[in-house]
Design a protein around this ligand. Structure first.
Ligand code: SF4
Length: 249
């Protein structure tokens, strides 16, 4: 529990800290200019504009923090906060993460976990048929003779890889599942299925890019484990997938 909390908290802490730094810089500049020379018309316009931007940034961030526990309505407001999270706050955290030398994978994991919290609080009561489970091809055992290119239903459940366990969960909850060999196929599967919620399994980089690319769709991210190195016979926590499905339906 404590580990999960720490894995979530780093990203929002970096964003909050960067907003505090921006506010301190803004008010220091505005006040020092005002006290020393007074503000010219041009400076007044500039500082007013900066103040509005800062206010929007801070208030939107507060709304995003609230959305980890409360559903955001209406839909357009949710899209706005998602866009801001993926296109503004993500870069603010990245920038400050570089300053504090936070590992890229640590920041990506925290970002994904934070986004998962938002998705869980905003999407409930979904019909299982409208949930799409997207799996990476590297989950499959490399010596498996069955070509699982799109559907896990083909798996013969020999148990040599986690596809068998995933198939069990898919059968149990009757969700849609597909195997994507790359980002383009994943995008096509999302476009064709138009699910209400996506549960995507992949590595840090692919998930971070995928979640941000498909920002109009709610994507719950499940990181795979790579005991044999990247992109080869990876594994996944099936209980995490089941946990997410149970929360959504
Ligand atoms: S569990 Fe399924 S996918 Fe994995 S090796 Fe066996 S038959 Fe192939």
């Amino acid at each position: 529990m404590k580990e999960h909390y720490l894995a979530v908290i780093k990203f929002p802490m970096l964003v909050s800290l960067s907003l505090i730094i921006l506010s301190i810089v803004f008010f220091s500049l505005a006040l020092s200019n005002y006290h020393h020379l007074g503000l010219s018309a041009m400076q007044t316009v500039l500082f007013t504009f900066m103040f509005i931007v800062l206010t929007v940034l801070v208030s939107t961030w507060i709304l995003i923090l609230m959305s980890t526990h409360q559903k955001i309505k209406p839909h357009s407001l949710r899209l706005y906060t998602t866009w801001m999270l993926f296109n503004i706050y993500f870069y603010l955290a990245k920038w400050l993460g570089k300053v504090f030398m936070v590992k890229k994978s640590t920041l990506q994991e925290s970002f994904l976990n934070f986004n998962n919290e938002i998705i869980l609080s905003n999407f409930m009561g979904i019909h299982s048929k409208n949930i799409l489970l997207l799996l990476p091809h590297c989950l499959q055992n490399s010596e498996c003779k069955i070509r699982i290119t799109s559907d896990v239903i083909e798996c013969a459940e020999c148990g040599k890889c986690d596809i068998a366990k995933v198939k069990g969960v898919v059968d149990k909850y009757q969700v849609n599942a597909a195997v994507a060999t790359g980002g383009s196929l994943a995008r096509k599967l999302i476009k064709d299925n138009r699910p209400d919620v996506i549960i995507a399994v992949a590595c840090h980089r692919d998930l971070t890019d995928g979640v941000r690319d498909s920002w109009r769709f709610p994507v719950y991210a499940v990181l795979n484990e790579r005991p044999n190195g990247p992109c080869f016979e990876t594994t996944v926590s099936v209980s995490t997938i089941e946990f997410a499905i149970k929360k959504f339906i």
